[in-house]
Design a protein around this ligand. Structure first.
Ligand SMILES: [Cu+2]
Length: 156
């Protein structure tokens, strides 16, 4: 009687351990670095699974020749241009480039960093959308998004 209870207890500890390890391995970690000379990300696309834990780190190199802050927004499929155009329109608002971190007011934005200065980085931690699709990411410092963008592919 006692023996089987210990067995059950041990088994559940082992199972819990395996589950925890599986979850830890399942985190997709992506590092995206802003170019030192141009308004570009070095990673133009990456793939994650629907519902997967994701960590995306935006690095703005200290040696940035442009001395330019950048951010990274992940938006709903097909919404890159809509959000980018809102970012351009943000130029009319003095707070857009400062306290608003160049983040437009839009329900199409799923996840976003703040503005990341040269020499700094920020990690976004989120759960990938449950719906498969191509989710664009972009920098919404006005004008950058046209070339400073990429795609997060979400697979089922
Ligand atoms: Cu940028």
């Amino acid at each position: 009687m006692m023996k089987s209870a210990i067995c059950v207890a041990l088994t559940s500890v082992l199972v819990a351990g395996v589950v925890l390890r599986a979850q830890a391995q399942d985190v997709a970690e992506i590092k995206i670095t802003a170019d030192k000379l141009q308004f570009l990300y070095d990673v133009k696309e990456f793939t994650v699974k629907a519902g997967q834990k994701v960590k995306v780190t935006l690095v703005n190199p200290a040696e940035s020749a442009t001395k330019q802050p950048h951010n990274l927004l992940i938006v709903k499929p097909g919404k890159k241009d809509a959000v980018g155009l809102l970012a351009n329109a943000g130029m009319a608002d003095p707070a857009f480039l400062t306290t608003k971190n160049c983040i437009p007011d839009s329900e199409d934005i799923l996840f976003h960093t703040k503005l990341v200065l040269p020499g700094a980085e920020e990690t976004l931690e989120f759960t990938a959308p449950s719906e498969a699709g191509d989710y664009p990411y972009l920098c919404t410092y006005p004008g950058h998004w046209v070339i400073m963008n990429g795609v997060m592919h979400v697979t089922p």
